[in-house]
Design a protein around this ligand. Structure first.
Ligand code: NCD
Length: 320
């Protein structure tokens, strides 16, 4: 296993499958009354979040705690970052305390990669700008796999604000590694520069994709949040027009194949990219994704921090 997790593209098919398989065992402990494994006892994990987060930060915290690591949360608000300290100084300060891993979210693409050049501990990318969010892609793959079985040969449509989405990029990389086909669906203004070189299909026509006219029937439909906080100009005329062109409305939900599932990384803009009917339908696996997030992050922490020196012991205990 690699030393850091920066990009979904760094994982081979067998590494990704190992992480997903171990996450299956971690998932089982979520149903237990006592949710604690000794695997990371004595290790310290720091969540360093320079950007807002609900799911990712709290699930990394829960994941670390359930593995018995000591977990500390530092956010930009309330830290010396708000006094003007540089990223390098903040990170070196945290690392100097002797931590084993830092989980970092930062608004600048590439910031997390840079951090690996400054510190000796494990570094996990929890979202860097519009670049990558590898653990999100892992939890999405885990959630689809739980519902539909192996990803190989499956068709996943990723719909919406691809330009600003680190989730889309990480998903395209990981899903392809796992043998799935991906079609990105967005208005031309919300497709990133250079997207033609990505290894996936592209479409501007959501209804054609739903009808199976673009690379066959869809098995999973991933709706992306319209990221207004990253938009400086007009990417689409009005929210109403966006919803008409690219929102998962009740009509479109009904066009999906019987078995197909609906995903959203959250937070959702209900009524914009996804209707409440779709978000709350029985094909929506949005809350399964959140649950999977804890298991997948336990698995990632376990493989990075304990994987090499403490092989299967903790996992055996998990599945007992
Ligand atoms: C995403 C993120 O922050 O990259 N959310 C998440 O991690 N669950 C997507 C988003 O903010 O739209």
């Amino acid at each position: 296993m690699t030393r850091h997790l920066l990009s979904a593209g760094d994982l081979s098919a067998s590494e990704a499958t190992t992480i997903l398989d171990s996450a299956e065992q971690m998932y089982a402990i979520q149903a237990r009354q006592v949710k604690k494994l000794p695997a990371l006892r004595g290790r310290t994990v720091v969540n360093l979040f320079f950007e807002d987060s609900t799911r990712t930060r709290s699930s990394f915290e829960i994941a670390g705690k359930w593995l018995s690591a000591d977990v500390i949360n530092i956010s930009a608000k309330g830290s010396s970052v708000s006094k003007g300290e540089s990223l390098r100084d903040t990170v070196l300060t945290v690392a100097a305390m002797g931590v084993d891993a830092v989980v970092v979210r930062h608004a600048a693409s590439g910031a997390v990669q840079r951090i690996t050049e400054w510190v000796g501990c494990h570094v996990i990318n929890a979202g860097d700008g519009t670049h990558e969010h590898p653990t999100q892609a892992l939890l999405d793959a885990f959630s689809i796999r739980r519902r539909l079985g192996e990803l190989s040969g499956r068709h996943v449509a990723i719909v919406g604000d691809v330009t600003h989405s680190r989730v889309a990029r990480s998903n395209v990389l990981l899903l392809r590694t796992l043998g799935a086909r991906v079609t990105l669906v967005a208005p031309p203004t919300l497709m990133p520069a250079g997207v033609a070189t990505w290894k996936c299909g592209l479409s501007w026509d959501l209804d054609a994709v739903l009808a199976g006219e673009v690379d066959g029937p869809v098995d999973a439909m991933m709706m992306l949040r319209v990221q207004r906080e990253r938009m400086s100009g007009g990417y689409f005329p009005t929210e109403r027009e966006y919803a008409i062109g690219y929102g998962l409305s009740p009509r479109r939900l009904a066009l999906l194949p019987e078995h197909a599932v609906v995903l959203h990384p959250g937070p959702m803009n209900r009524g914009l990219e996804i209707s409440s009917a779709a978000a709350d339908s029985d094909r929506s696996i949005v809350l399964d994704q959140v649950r999977a997030g804890v298991a997948v992050r336990m698995s990632v922490l376990y493989h990075l921090l304990a994987g090499a020196d403490e092989p299967a012991a903790a996992l055996e205990e998990a599945s007992a």
